[in-house]
Design a protein around this ligand. Structure first.
Ligand SMILES: Cc1cc2nc3c(=O)[nH]c(=O)nc-3n(C[C@H](O)[C@H](O)[C@H](O)COP(=O)(O)OP(=O)(O)OC[C@H]3O[C@@H](n4cnc5c(N)ncnc54)[C@H](O)[C@@H]3O)c2cc1C
Ligand SMILES: C[S@@+](CC[C@H](N)C(=O)[O-])C[C@H]1O[C@@H](n2cnc3c(N)ncnc32)[C@H](O)[C@@H]1O
Length: 638
């Protein structure tokens, strides 16, 4: 064996990359001794076994969206071959999307990924994009989009059975590509096959390179009709299969989070709002091939000048921490790192916790780079009393507004047939099969009472400042130099304050950047911008269907006696109404991933996050919590 890659030590909870040996250009897994792809003709085997075995080119013909599932992402060779084939078929030029969902317990390092894929020069342009967007080994789901969002890869990082148990999808074709069953039984066992069967579409196809009897029997036991066919190359035979069962209709999660049947293809979806939430929902729905109309008016909080998109890093592992990590990695994946323009995030008052935080977030250098206070001072050109981290991919929260298709304020929502009629302020109307409310701090159209709290914020522009930091910096607040002056933000106000916020903002700055704050003290604010954030008590957004509180109170009354009562029914939501709200102080980070989630739920496409994370954001959660505690849900009649 040549060119051995030593195992890379990682800080928990990042998944350890595999220890590899290299047989020529082919990686070999040291733990099982198995190869990642056929050393003679890796691409030929992928095309012969998986692409031809599932009849992909014929099966996806004419489909608006199509989902391939895989066990064992490995080097991504199967994904790249599938993507390449998709690009060469007419479906790639029609509205719609190819989804590829793949589970991987030991993600390769980006270096090993690139090295392995270098064996396939024809795939180099696609391989480069994959490597550029490759996530760090954070356990959980990672959504990556390619080809103008027309191809969506969802990586499920973690043990196969557990990760698949969190998946919501309807998979049309499966590639089973774990290491050989004898050496790697956990990838082929009953739990894995049960979970992949649960998310298989009726008639789904399946192909694998093995013909192991145990695999054939397990597949058959879960409703697959299995055929032994000639194997590829020297292998005698292998398996193709077709899913003959209708998948069970029971949603495996919390009954009150059971999603309504996807309706996005029943007619146009109207997205109300013109901030980051509405924009990303519209973008993601269009990527799914869904006819979408965005209707909005007013200046959104999303138009905040001088904002930054920095991650909320924490040592916790709750839903808010997971959402922060996954949405930040999703946002920044396609961004080319720029160390010179990188935002510096300072961590004043963190003490020893800072080192633990940096050990926890041991991501690649182009994603995060810890710096001590002295280096931070050099990078900013002004004294920093705090260490921090450079974020070479973090974007500024550029104030932009996607132009709505229908500019205007929606003043009324009325049921109309199976859908909704939206009336605009100018008296015009529009009918839609489904409505998504993404209206930020204005909840006037939302029929369901929810515990949303507004937190106002002021940000000031200091014109002709005597000193500016050499790069955008965050410190609890943030400062961003622009040609018009230095924007310093932002306050958190319980009421809508109009007074000059400069002194408060500089006091916050002084904790990390005392000299800069001193120097700016005499600079008057040339402009002040105000906006309102919509926040929730648990700091998680509200994403999902709306409901009538009285109905929830009646249907879920048994939970007051027994919070785990399994007999409660699925949620009966208000038909055709979805809410996206409560993006709080970080809409720029979460907006893109939340857009993907809403589009997936409406279109019946694979969800980009684990079920438990989607459930943690469900708007009904507060009503259920109240019932369990014996309180009336918000808005229910006493
Ligand atoms: C001062 C301040 C600083 C901030 N700084 C940052 C930052 O640095 N980084 C960051 O990530 N986030 C920041 N945020 C938070 C961020 O702005 C929000 O999380 C985000 O903008 C929320 O987006 P949204 O689309 O949900 O709502 P909004 O951006 O508020 O958009 C909702 C839009 O819907 C429109 N609308 C409402 N009702 C109707 C209707 N009936 N018909 C038509 N249109 C309607 C509204 O007028 C509004 O334009 C800041 C917020 C404030 C206030
Ligand atoms: C043969 S390789 C996959 C090759 C891959 N399809 C490709 O195109 O390169 C098998 C993969 O399955 C992964 N794997 C094995 N057992 C697993 C398990 N129990 N859970 C998750 N992933 C597992 C391995 O880490 C390895 O990457």
């Amino acid at each position: 064996m040549t060119g051995e890659t030593p195992p890379v030590p990682t800080a928990s909870p990042l998944l350890a990359p595999p220890a590899l040996d290299w047989r020529g250009t082919t990686p070999v897994d040291r733990a099982t001794g198995d190869i990642y792809f056929n050393a003679q003709d890796g691409r030929g085997e992928t095309e012969g076994v998986f692409l031809a075995g599932t009849g992909l080119a014929q099966t996806w013909a004419g489909r608006r969206r199509f989902t391939v599932g895989e066990t064992g992402f490995g080097t991504g060779l199967n994904f790249l071959c599938t993507w390449d084939l998709w690009r060469r078929t007419p479906e790639a030029r029609r509205p719609g999307r190819l989804h590829f969902v793949s589970v991987e317990g030991h993600p390769l390092t980006p270096g090993d990924l690139a090295r392995a894929l270098a064996a396939f020069p024809d795939l180099a342009p696609l391989a480069r994009q994959l490597v550029r967007q490759w996530p760090p080994g954070e356990p959980g789901f990672h959504r990556r989009c390619f080809d103008d969002d027309r191809v969506a890869l969802t990586l499920l990082f973690g043990p196969a059975a557990h990760m698949l148990s969190q998946l919501e999808a309807r998979v049309d074709a499966w590639f089973l590509d774990g290491f050989a069953p004898a050496a790697n039984p956990a990838m082929w066992d009953d739990a894995v096959i049960a979970e992949l069967s649960r998310v298989s579409a009726p008639g789904a196809r399946l192909a694998t390179y093995t013909a192991a009897g145990a695999v054939r029997r397990t597949l058959a036991a879960h409703g697959w009709s299995v055929t032994k066919v000639p194997g590829y190359g020297a292998k005698r035979d292998r398996i193709d299969a077709r899913f003959e069962r209708r998948p069970g209709s029971a949603y495996p999660g919390r009954p009150w989070c059971a999603p309504p049947a996807p309706r996005a293809d029943a007619g146009p979806v109207a997205v109300v709002g013109n901030g980051v939430a509405a924009m990303h929902i519209t973008r993601a729905l269009r990527a799914e091939g869904v006819e979408t109309v965005m209707i909005g008016a007013g200046e959104p909080a999303s138009a905040v000048p001088g904002g930054v998109a920095v991650p909320r890093l924490s040592l916790g592992d709750d839903a808010a921490a997971r959402l922060a990590v996954r949405s930040y990695l999703h946002l920044t994946a396609p961004i080319a790192p720029d160390p010179d323009a990188a935002i510096l995030s300072l961590a004043p008052g963190e003490g020893a916790r800072f080192d633990r935080l940096m050990a926890r977030f041991a991501w690649a250098d182009d994603q995060i780079r810890p710096v001590d206070a002295a280096t931070a001072s050099d990078l900013l050109g002004t004294r920093s009393t705090a260490p921090g981290y450079l974020l070479p991919k973090s974007p500024l929260a550029a104030p932009y507004m996607l132009m709505p298709d229908r500019p205007g304020r929606v003043t009324a929502l009325d049921r109309c047939g199976d859908g909704w009629r939206l009336t605009l302020a100018d008296g015009s109307a529009l009918d839609a099969a489904h409505v998504v409310l993404a209206t930020g701090s204005d909840l006037a159209l939302c029929p369901t009472p929810l515990p949303v709290r507004l937190r106002w914020g002021r940000t000031v522009c200091l014109a002709d400042p005597p000193m500016v930091p050499r790069r955008p910096v965050s410190f609890g607040g943030h400062a961003v130099a622009t040609p018009k002056g230095l924007w310093v933000g932002s306050t958190f106000d319980k009421t809508d304050e109009a007074g000059d916020a400069t002194a408060d903002l500089l006091a916050k700055m002084a904790k990390a950047l005392p000299d800069l704050a001193d120097a700016l003290a005499a600079t008057p604010a040339a402009r002040q911008w105000r906006g309102a954030r919509s926040t929730t008590p648990d700091h998680l957004p509200l994403v999902g269907p709306l409901f009538a509180p009285e109905r929830v109170a009646a249907d879920y009354a048994p939970l007051a006696r027994d919070a785990s009562d399994p007999r409660v029914p699925p949620l009966e939501p208000l038909p055709g109404l979805t809410l996206v709200n409560g993006l709080g102080a970080r809409g720029y980070q979460t907006g893109p991933l939340l857009g993907e989630l809403v589009a997936a739920q409406l279109a019946g496409a694979p969800w980009p996050v684990e079920r438990h994370l989607a459930e943690a954001m469900h708007p009904v959660r507060f009503a259920i919590k109240a019932l369990v505690r014996g309180q009336a849900p918000v808005g229910a009649d006493p």
